[in-house]
Design a protein around this ligand. Sequence first.
Ligand SMILES: [Cu+2]
Length: 105
Amino acid sequence: MKISLMLVVVMGLAGVNSFAQEYEIGQKNKEFTVKELTVRVGDKMTFTNQDPFFHNIYSLSESQSFDLGSYPKGNQRSVVAEKPGTLTVECAIHPNMQMTIHVEE
Ligand SMILES: [Cu+2]
């Protein structure tokens, strides 16, 4: 009993989002199926390629940059929101593909 209470306090202090959600975003017809999304730190975004060709995922945003690489139809890549900020997510193969993720504390 005491231990579980302590865990809750420690997680609260560390700012851990203990109710993390997972969001699904498709890549279809050279577009993201979701253009704008608001998530919280700790939430996970999963991207699924629904096109019969490769897509890539990367972000050069100041608060969090990442490159999930390139992957073919049916494959998925995920990223967890690390810090509050605004992420612009792009595809290196199709420069017009872009979406925005607002990460809240
Ligand atoms: Cu693409």
